[in-house]
Ligand binder design. Structure first.
Ligand code: NAP
Length: 525
């Protein structure tokens, strides 16, 4: 539902705005702090006469509670320092049977309690919106939840939380309060101000917020970042139209709701996962999208996943380990590997998985038998862990080889397999060599983690790097008759296993591989 704030300077202009707003709004908020000679009785009567179904909110902000919009010279509280007048005005609104009066949480227990008692005395027709505004920043999720509960202590009919968004993640924190409030059976308005906060204004109504604010015209914003009512209606129609189309599809296909997925990492701009997953989702006939999300605060992003009902997430560097503490459950394989690259949102319960090891094992098995074969694994990071875990699970015999000795030893002790320093690589013999380091990755395509002269003894060589498609290591190995597999197959398999976990459907791995190859060939020119 859309609420248009009346921000006119004078009573006369406010009446004109009301006339136009009644055609477009579900709610009208009378910003009595902005209308210099506002006559509350006149204004409420005008709304009732124009449209009986439009609900009325009466608000009287103090200057420090309202963030001014540059274009609005009158965006200052005319009621500053007149606390008695403000309370009287809100009581008048109750007498005039406004649907809601809005009072700041910071007004304190006595003032809010007095207003509530007054309301009850007058028959309880008017509900109280208890508001919290932070016009500079967005507090932490924990703090927002504390604020929410403080508002509840005052028997708020509606809790209103409005903060200033400095980043896209701030939206997730605030939007996350909507399902949180729903769990407490509480009506809530939760949005962010500022340009970064615009997305929350669009998303909030679809997530079940009680209402979202929209300006009557682009020059009548009551807070920065506010969209116009026309923009909001257009978005609403687009989404509803899309849902209507889908409801027909429901009869003929799977009946699924919009399914959105994200990649969490930092950086993510170069990732090919969105390209690959979106192609697969489309081919699977799933109505949804996969977006890359550059994360700087993991905790709030994870709570946003629940809040925005995102069905699943991929996790990449640097969060594969740290993400585990924010999940409700981690499956056995991921726990043993010590890293999560996939999150499944099971109706608000986040479960972590690792599909990297599966991706690598599927790649390996397409190339060679694993049982009783020996493997040299270069590297001791997250991918090496996944490789060693999978090889042991399938009955193979891994040897860890790493540049940094203590790190290699830790992994070898944890997974109970031999370790050698990279300098000793020449002394080793095995059936297969697997590179899990980033050495040779674009743009350093002429580098290799292993000297060509040492590759002759390996029948199979695998590189987890997929950009370039054929690394220097693989070219050197093939030149000596070795059979090779690139990181592309692992990438496709780990992604396909993610899609299977999220949707329960087997995606087209051939298609996924094709779109990635096409893109990489373009990059490689
Ligand atoms: P990580 O945890 O940072 O581990 C990297 C490992 O590489 C470390 O053991 C490090 O050795 C070693 N290393 C780095 N630079 C080196 C150098 N110049 N010489 C020798 N060793 C070096 O990274 P990760 O998460 O395992 O990822 C590793 C690679 O796998 C990345 O390139 C990533 O893109 C790729 N990957 C591919 C897929 C796929 O689907 N194809 C999936 C996951 C990851 P030290 O211990 O000595 O520092």
């Amino acid at each position: 539902m859309i609420c248009i704030p009346i921000t006119a300077k004078t009573n006369k202009e406010a009446l004109q705005e009301i006339e136009r707003s009644c055609l477009l709004a579900d709610f009208i908020e009378l910003r009595m702090d902005l209308i210099a000679d506002g006559n509350l009785g006149d204004l409420i009567t005008a709304i009732r006469n124009a449209a009986g179904s439009v609900k009325i909110i009466v608000t009287c902000r103090k200057k420090e509670e309202a963030l001014s919009v540059n274009e609005l010279p009158q965006a200052r509280s005319i009621i500053k320092d007149k606390e008695m007048l403000k309370m009287d005005l809100l009581k008048d609104a109750i007498d005039l049977k406004a649907d809601f009066v809005d009072i700041e949480l910071s007004e304190g227990k006595a003032a809010i309690g007095a207003l509530r008692d007054y309301c009850a005395k007058r028959g309880g027709v008017t509900g109280i919106i208890v508001s919290y505004h932070d016009i500079e920043k967005t507090p932490s999720v924990t703090k927002l939840q504390e604020i929410f509960h403080k508002c509840l202590e005052h028997d708020a009919a509606v809790v209103k939380i409005v903060t200033f968004a400095k980043s896209a993640e701030d939206n997730l924190k605030v939007l996350g309060m909507i399902p949180y409030a729903q769990k407490h059976s509480q009506k809530i308005i939760a949005i962010c101000m500022g340009d970064e906060g615009r997305i929350s204004r669009v998303a909030a109504p679809f997530m079940g917020a009680y209402l979202s604010f929209a300006a009557l015209d682009s020059d009548a914003q009551s807070a920065p970042g506010q969209l116009t009512v026309n923009e909001m209606r257009q978005i609403d129609n687009m989404v509803k139209g899309r849902r209507a189309d889908k409801s027909e599809a429901v009869l003929s296909s799977s009946g699924q709701d919009l399914q959105n997925y994200v990649l969490l990492g930092n950086p993510v701009a170069q990732s090919l996962s969105p390209l690959m997953h979106n192609a697969a989702l489309k081919e699977m006939g799933i109505d949804g999208h996969y977006n890359a999300f550059c994360v700087s605060n993991l905790e709030s992003t994870i709570s946003g996943i629940k809040g925005m009902n995102i069905r699943g997430a991929s996790v990449t560097i640097p969060y594969k380990v740290s993400v585990m503490e924010y999940l409700d459950e981690v499956d056995d394989d991921a726990l043993k590997i010590g890293a999560v690259n996939t999150i499944v949102n099971n109706n608000g319960r986040l479960v972590g998985y690792n599909t990297d090891w599966l991706g690598l094992m599927l790649t390996l098995k397409e190339l060679m038998p694993v049982k009783d074969q020996t493997f040299v694994i270069i590297g001791a990071g997250g991918t090496a862990r996944a490789a060693v875990y999978g090889i042991i699970k399938e009955g193979g015999l891994p040897i860890i080889v790493n540049r940094t000795i203590p790190k290699g030893k830790i992994l070898s002790n944890k997974l109970n397999c031999p370790f050698y320093s990279l300098a000793d690589l020449g002394k080793l013999k095995a059936d297969c060599l697997i590179n899990t380091t980033p050495v040779g990755m674009y743009p350093h395509i002429d580098q290799s983690p292993v000297e060509a002269s040492l590759l002759g003894g390996y029948k199979y060589v695998i590189d987890v790097i997929y950009n370039p498609l054929k690394t220097r290591l693989l070219r050197d190995a093939e030149a000596q008759g070795g059979r090779t597999a690139s990181g592309l197959d692992m990438f496709v398999h780990q992604g396909a296993e993610q899609l299977k976990l999220w949707t329960g459907i087997e995606p087209s791995r051939a298609l996924m591989k094709k779109v990635v190859i096409e893109r990489l060939e373009k990059i490689e020119g």
